[in-house]
Write a protein that binds this ligand. Structure first.
Ligand code: 6PG
Length: 265
């Protein structure tokens, strides 16, 4: 049974520092074990604080960035220079400030149309990079994920058929609420990671956080519940606002406690 770690931090700054330390620790582990570190980045806006912190003077020197390979958990169907691009957000906050070569940036090729072509091409990039045979899945060292107020993660939205995808590494679901396609890693890919880190802040997420972590198992309604690493660590790092509706038994920075084994079927 995989273990689930839930940590609650006073505010975004404390949460960001803890997540940055976890990133550095995971990077050192990956580089030490096999000479490189594979990270799948989250999009949206919350991770801006984390990526900015990682490129700050007190963190930048703690990682051998020349041994890091960056991937993305999902992407919007916009050019990589577009304000909504997850690639652009990571580039502005981190990538342009660290010594990283282009061949270490495995961007989702959203310039390819239709979206299914972009998904297929990204899937092939994963198969080539991780040296996968048929029916094999990439095992990222660390996958960073955010969560929306509706409980979505990556581009796995409530009611999406991609939630129950069993064969594809990458999919290109149409997202009604945005009237557009997205490219996303699928649950089997996400759940093969050695480590998954949810980085969630803000009171508007509190209801979804409680439903995902303490509610009935219903991933069609709360997609983040589908993230259950098969053989990997699952860590939720929350600020106090996002955690405010949780029962008091979860660890927090005032009294760190033991891990909580997953109780899901
Ligand atoms: C995206 C993200 C998405 C994000 C959540 C939370 O492309 O938007 O991958 O899954 O993590 O929507 O976004 P915020 O951090 O901006 O609240």
């Amino acid at each position: 049974m995989p273990e689930r770690e839930i940590r609650i931090y006073e505010d975004l700054s404390e949460l960001t520092q803890a997540a940055a330390d976890r990133f550095v620790e995971a990077a050192h582990g990956g580089i030490e074990a096999k000479g490189f570190f594979t990270i799948s980045l989250a999009g949206g806006s919350t991770p801006r604080s984390l990526y900015t912190r990682l490129s700050s003077s007190d963190y930048r020197a703690r990682v051998d960035w020349t041994r890091v390979h960056f991937f993305w958990g999902d992407e919007r169907i916009v050019p990589s220079t577009h304000p909504d691009s997850n690639y652009r957000m990571a580039n502005e906050t981190l990538l342009k400030n660290i010594p990283i070569s282009e061949d270490h940036l495995h961007r989702i090729p959203t310039e390819l149309t239709p979206a299914s072509q972009a998904a297929e091409t990204y899937s092939n990039e994963l198969k080539n990079f991780f040296g996968l045979k048929e029916q094999q899945w990439p095992r990222f060292d660390l996958i960073l994920l955010g969560m929306g107020p509706d409980g979505h993660t990556a581009s796995l939205f409530p009611g999406s058929t991609t939630l129950f995808e069993k064969d594809r590494l990458v999919d290109s679901p149409y997202v009604e609420k945005f009237h557009s396609y997205r490219i996303t890693l699928t649950p089997p890919t996400l759940n093969q990671a050695a480590g998954v880190l949810f980085f969630v802040a803000g009171g508007e997420k509190a209801q979804a956080v409680r439903e995902v972590l303490e509610g009935n198992y219903d991933p069609a309604r709360y997609p983040s519940q589908i993230i259950q690493p098969v053989d990997g660590a699952l860590t939720w790092m929350l600020d106090r606002q996002a955690a405010r509706l949780l029962s008091s038994r979860w660890p927090n920075t005032k009294n760190p406690q033991s891990l909580d084994p997953l109780k899901r079927p």
